[in-house]
Design a protein around this ligand. Sequence first.
Ligand code: NAD
Ligand code: MG
Length: 297
Amino acid sequence: MADQFTFQDPSKMYADISPKAMTQPGPGLDSELRDRADLGEDTYRGSDRLTGRKALITGGDSGIGAAVAIAFAREGADVALSYLPDEQSDAERIAGLIEKAGRKAVLLPGDLTDRDYCVETVDSAADQLGGLDILVCNGGKQQHCEKLDDLPAEQFDETFKTNVYALFWMTQAALRHLQPGSTILATTSIQAYQPSANLLDYATTKASINTFCKGLSQQLAPRGIRVNTVAPGPIWTPLQTAGGQPTDDLPEFGKMTPLGRMGEPAELAPAYVFLASGESSYVVGETLNVNGGMLSP
Ligand code: NAD
Ligand code: MG
């Protein structure tokens, strides 16, 4: 069985998974994706890189967050997942895979736009895991809108609350728990550098995440806590089918990258494992781009 260590041509991988023109309501479900994404279920091999760590991952039910959750568990970490109540079925499947890896899974559904939920979730994760070493702020909202004239004020507000305010609320709450050696990670995007015309609010939040984390990394490095981000390119996840892209654009999704294809969530997981583990002990304030070759500053 191929895994992340297999020698293969990256431009030819995942030829059997193609993006489909489809639309999902709400946040969307991984279980409803045609074709199903690779979260690493059969392709991620762990090697004790996070033994005994305790991690909280927002948006850990599906897509990139779920791939990170599976990888963290196979590397030896106990994992708490934050997600919306509508995503319970996806979250339970990922919890099953975490437990199958021999690790503890904690499910903490709720809404990231609610400050109380963010603070309570950090505290509950630390309480139920017996501490917290890794915080991954990955949950995010993306809704395309062609014209600024039509961008609803509520959407602008919710996108900022989900993507930026939750990062502030959760990192602040996590400082009560994180000891030296701990790591904070956030998911930004190629959109921080190359904003699409129809993702104005979303792209702006991703630039904010990048800047917040770079600044925070300077504050926390002297306390022994490292902050870094991962910036994905076009990745096949429910977010893209639930209003993230115009439905008719999906069949072409990712084809403009130098590798000529979209990425799979499983291809993101090693970047998060690297930044969470002691292997990256001298890496601080970095943005690790995982985007099929799209250049960024
Ligand atoms: P996804 O839909 O699988 O994950 C996003 C998750 O965010 C959802 O599962 C949901 O649990 C969570 N979420 C959204 N709104 C929430 C709310 N109000 N309260 C609680 N949870 C909420 O899609 P994904 O693509 O894996 O997204 C993960 C991250 O990756 C996001 O930050 C996204 O912006 C970022 N990203 C994705 C791509 C891509 O092409 N898929 C590219 C760059 C960055
Ligand atoms: Mg989801």
